[in-house]
Design a protein around this ligand. Structure first.
Ligand code: NA7
Length: 551
């Protein structure tokens, strides 16, 4: 019935292959979306590549993997009962705890019966005649649904640079974002880690504890500050439970989705001693230094004061001055994602750790024996790629997504050069297609779970609105999306962030078009804006009534 380029009309689907909604991915987004739509009486089916729930927390099993948002904020807030029955034991939750939490959520709300695992959605085409999506999976299955919702994630499409000779290497090659389920034994091995972003910085201290020798291949030194991870005291947990209604409110109205006071004063108005004291306090407390002043991400001179403070800490920590020098980051702090660590810089004082600067001596390729840079070969037993993700658009572009008139999302967005969304949730020409934390929403520059909840709730309300009015299609208006995209860019340009060479801008992927597809107006302002749109009858969306079908 279907060919590979045209998936065919959305008629003649057996009831078991026909849904109200198809949801892509069983991470934080897909799980909650499924729960909401089921509560609304819709028949929804989630398709997930992994063997089980968890999304990025299913795949990122590397040693040291942790969330850099404090655990008490990094959970769903929609269910009082769920909040009461779950306890985070440490300030930052590690990957096994978060995966346990998501398994608990899946069990508690009986979500698994509507999730099909080990299935990758490869294509989804909109059939205008029937106003349904025809969705194709890698197992040959084709299903139809009125709504298509992506919970595919912002950081789920792994990036492994195309090093020549990679297939020659004799030992195991692992990517932090696709880590094996069985324990990896580093004991006595010569291990190479390529990449020093969040994943590398979390994994390196743990691998170093076990490996015979660890070679860290660093291209850009990143800023990292101590996480200050610790066990939660019982009193703190009691008090958090009691205050959670206020905490939740604060998170929802905040700029970044966590319930912390935001400082607005300028680093440049403080004295040198005042700044040093404040940065020191933040360093001791743990977490990033970005909240220490209000202008660190908007004023390059203010930013430089934080950068210099961190560089001084690195010089103080790393005993070998030459190694310390190589570890000093020079870009503007925060323009690449700031990293939180547990003993990262200290790791370079170990005898079994060597830092290899591949900026001055680039990796030429991988050989049967190890990694070859311009000047020498490093013999290795195992290579760990901590080389990140094709972020923001990678997971969406991997699917052959086609809206009205067969236009693909990739074509519409010109490979990322012309991303256009309305509220990060919809895009013109793709009726009944919703993205959870899509490009141009606060997404990765906020507490993802709070942003996911807001998007899921907004999408399910929008679908309810359309269903109640008997609409066959909901679609972003191209004028409204042009205005939203312009607004996003305008807000981003008031900050230093678009100037960064980071995965935020796509600069980490060779040949990828640069953009800055993240809304920086803040979680609270974004929520207010979305609520205003729905209160005004889904302003900026075109709702097509059923009758129009016959017309
Ligand atoms: P990141 O932050 O994108 O880090 C990837 C690292 O890999 C980074 O240090 C890169 O150096 C390095 N890299 C990439 N390609 C190469 C090549 N060709 N040669 C040498 N080094 C390379 O990914 P993470 O997984 O650490 O973190 C992603 C996000 O996931 C994180 O921010 C959290 O939000 C969760 P570069 O800096 O580009 O010079």
């Amino acid at each position: 019935m279907q060919s590979s380029t045209h998936l065919g009309p959305a008629t003649s689907f057996a009831p078991e292959n026909s849904f109200d909604a198809v949801i892509i991915g069983a991470g934080f987004s897909g799980l909650y979306m499924l729960h909401r739509l089921r509560e609304q009486g819709l028949r929804a089916r989630v398709y997930e590549v992994g063997d089980d729930v968890g999304g990025v927390w299913y795949w990122n099993r590397y040693p040291g993997a942790k969330c850099d948002v404090e655990s008490i904020y990094y959970n769903y807030t929609f269910s009082e009962a769920l909040l009461k029955e779950w306890t985070w034991t440490t300030r930052y939750a590690d990957q096994p705890s978060i995966l346990r939490y998501l398994n608990h959520v899946a069990d508690r709300f009986e979500l698994r019966r509507d999730i099909q695992f080990r299935t990758r959605i490869t294509a989804a085409h909109y059939d205008e005649a029937t106003a349904r999506w025809v969705v194709h999976a890698d197992n040959g299955q084709t299903v139809a649904a009125r709504y298509l919702i992506s919970g595919a994630g912002c950081l789920s499409s792994t990036n492994t640079p195309p090093f020549s000779g990679q297939d020659q290497f004799k030992g195991p090659q692992l990517h932090t974002g696709q880590w094996p389920h069985e324990p990896v034994d580093f004991r006595g091995k010569r291990v190479g880690v390529i990449g020093t972003g969040s994943s590398g910085i979390q994994a390196i201290p743990e691998i170093a504890k076990e490996a015979g020798h660890l070679y860290v291949f660093q291209r850009t030194p990143h800023y990292s500050t101590p996480a200050g991870n610790r066990a939660h005291a019982a009193e703190f947990l009691d008090e958090t439970r009691e205050r959670y209604p206020q905490i939740r409110q604060h998170m929802r109205e905040s700029s970044n989705g966590v319930a912390k006071e935001v400082r607005r004063d300028s680093a440049l108005k403080d004295t040198e001693d005042g700044r040093a004291a404040r940065y020191e306090q933040a360093w001791q407390d743990g977490g990033t230094l970005l909240a220490a002043y209000g202008d660190l991400l908007t004023n390059a001179d203010a930013n430089a004061t934080a950068g210099e403070f961190i560089r001084e800490k690195i010089r103080d920590t790393v005993k070998d001055p030459a190694v310390a020098e190589l570890l000093l980051p020079r870009y503007m702090y925060g323009c690449k994602r700031p990293v939180l660590d547990s003993g990262y810089y200290e790791t370079f004082n170990r005898d079994n750790v060597t830092l290899v600067d591949v900026k001055s001596d680039p990796i030429e390729g991988i050989t049967a024996a190890g990694v070859k840079t311009g000047s020498r070969e490093y013999p290795l037993d195992m290579i760990v790629f901590a080389t990140g993700y094709d972020a923001m658009t990678g997971a969406l572009f991997r699917i052959d997504l086609r809206g009205r008139d067969g236009i693909s999302l990739r074509e519409k967005w010109q490979d990322g050069a012309a991303i256009r969304t309305y509220l990060g949730v919809a895009t013109a020409g793709f009726p009944n297609f919703f993205m959870i934390t899509g490009p141009e929403s606060p997404s990765v520059l906020s507490n993802m779970v709070i942003s996911i909840e807001q998007h899921v709730e907004w999408i399910s309300d929008c679908i309810r609105h359309a269903e109640q009015r008997g609409c066959m299609a909901v679609e972003a208006d191209s004028q409204a999306e042009a205005e939203w995209s312009r607004h996003c860019k305008e807000v981003a340009d008031t900050t230093l962030l678009p100037q960064g060479e980071s995965w935020y801008t796509g600069a980490n992927i060779p040949g990828k078009q640069r953009s800055f597809p993240i809304y920086l107006g803040g979680v609270g302002a974004f929520r207010k804006h979305c609520d205003g749109v729905s209160a005004r009858g889904y302003e900026g969306f075109i709702l097509t009534p059923q009758a129009a079908k016959a017309a």
